[in-house]
Structures are given as structure tokens and as C-alpha cells.
Design a protein around this ligand. Structure first.
Ligand code: C5P
Length: 232
């Protein structure tokens, strides 16, 4: 695993998703299934996309008491996703329980990564609503270190944080980074954006790309451009 483009399949249903994936004749991009598609279609959408030969990042961001997360992860482990995730804010005990739940009887498990602070949470909200007084960057890094100490495989973060996270948590600790835009593209609602090439320079292991590919006039060309800029 490593250095790949993950397409965020932020679609509302299976028909639209399969219509999109059918464009990629002969290619099997790594895809991200998020809450919208999962809640619309249920677990079968994961099995169906897997059966088509794609690798899957199941982005459901679990956050509950350790026992509940452990049991939920046990169910998710049967879906054969390659990567899944949770909120680091659920504490180290929750993260360790999640890992236990994910372990399959044969000793394999999906990779598990943690969301640190959502990029939609700015420092003001973190200070005033969550009552976390420290600087945002320090909180992100500390949560990443908590995840590494709990033996998770990596974090979701901005490419801008990938370098320091690798430095503190190890080069093998995965940084999966959204907020990617082409230099000549629309930024949409993303605030801090990075090009695929810049994400590579900053050390991202995986980039998660949604609208620049899904809304492109030619999604396959946009995907190939992303892969080229990120990996070459
Ligand atoms: O369309 P776009 O490229 O902005 O999609 C980015 C994807 O990454 C979306 O599915 C979004 O929910 C997800 N994401 C993000 N920022 C985070 C965590 C996840 O943009 N911090």
C-alpha cells in the first residue's frame, strides 16, 4: 500500500456510483465510500464495489464508547474494506478497542486511521465551543501521536501536516489527505487546498480527491492527471 489516489465517491446512490465507475474501463481506482452512500445503500454497496475489484476506504468516522465501537468494527471487518476510520477524540481506549474489533479470525484486518480535528472545525470553534485552548496544529499533532501510540495505522490530515506527522509518528504512519485541487481548478468549499504535486512533495501517502474528478467533464482524464501529478 502507499502513494495512490483515492476517489471520494460522494454519490447518493448505487446507480450513480456504478455509472461513474463504469467510465473507468479496465482501471480499478481506489475509492472512498462515505456516510451518504453507505447510509443510502447499506453494507451491500461495499461488497458490490469490492466485487468489481476496487480497493475501498470506508469513511464512517466512528465515535462512541469503546465497547460499541469494538462491536461495530467487528461487523465492518467482514465487509473487506482496505481502510476504515474513527475519530481520535474518542480516546486511546476507544482506538484500541476498535483495533481489537477489526481483527478478523484469520489475523488480518483493514487498516485503521484516525480523524484528528475535522478541517471544518477552525481554531475559534475549537477554543469557544469545544473549550480546547491549545493551537489547532498542536491538537492535530497530539491526536495523531495518540493514534500512533494506540497502534493505529495513520491519520486523515491536511497535506500541510503530513511532514510533521511523519516526523513525530514515523515514516510508515499513513497520512491520508483530502483538500486536493488542480492548480487551474475550482476550490469549492475547501479552504486550505493543495495540488496533487504539492501533496507528493509534502509527503502525503494517499490523496483523497472528490469533485475535481467526479464533477470533471472527463473524470477518467482528471483521475489520470491526478495519478500522474501525485506519483510521477
Ligand atoms: O470533493 P472534495 O475533493 O472536496 O472531497 C473531499 C472528500 O474528503 C469528501 O468526501 C470529504 O468529506 C472528505 N474529507 C475532507 N476533509 C476532511 C475529512 C474528509 O474533505 N478533513
Amino acid at each position: 500500500m502507499g502513494k495512490d489516489v483515492i476517489i471520494a465517491c460522494d454519490f447518493s446512490g448505487a446507480a450513480e456510483t456504478f455509472g461513474f465507475l463504469d467510465l473507468f474501463t479496465g482501471k480499478k481506482p481506489f475509492v472512498k465510500i462515505g456516510m451518504e452512500l453507505f447510509y443510502a445503500e447499506g453494507p451491500q454497496i461495499v461488497r458490490d464495489i469490492k466485487a468489481r475489484g476496487h480497493r475501498i476506504f470506508l469513511d464512517l468516522k466512528l465515535h462512541d464508547i469503546p465497547n460499541t465501537v469494538k462491536k461495530a468494527m467487528r461487523v465492518l471487518s467482514q465487509l473487506d474494506a482496505d481502510i476504515t476510520n474513527l475519530h481520535a477524540a474518542g480516546t486511546a481506549a476507544m482506538m484500541r478497542a476498535a483495533l481489537e474489533g477489526l481483527m478478523r479470525p484469520d489475523g488480518t484486518r483493514p487498516l485503521l486511521i484516525a480523524v484528528t480535528q475535522l478541517t471544518s472545525t477552525d481554531e475559534t470553534a475549537m477554543h469557544n465551543e469545544l473549550l480546547i485552548d491549545r493551537p489547532l496544529n498542536e491538537v492535530v499533532l497530539h491526536y495523531a501521536q495518540n493514534a500512533a501510540a494506540a497502534r493505529l495505522d495513520g491519520v486523515v490530515c491536511s497535506p500541510l501536516e503530513a511532514g510533521i506527522i511523519h516526523e513525530r509518528c514515523g515514516s510508515g504512519f499513513l497520512t491520508v489527505t483530502p483538500g486536493i485541487r488542480f492548480a487551474d481548478g475550482d476550490t469549492g468549499d475547501q479552504k486550505r487546498v493543495t495540488t496533487p504535486e504539492k501533496a507528493r512533495e509534502l509527503g502525503s501517502d494517499y490523496i483523497v480527491v472528490g469533485r475535481p474528478i467526479t464533477q470533471a467533464a472527463d473524470p477518467v482524464s482528471a483521475y489520470l492527471r491526478c495519478v500522474k501529478e501525485f506519483t510521477e
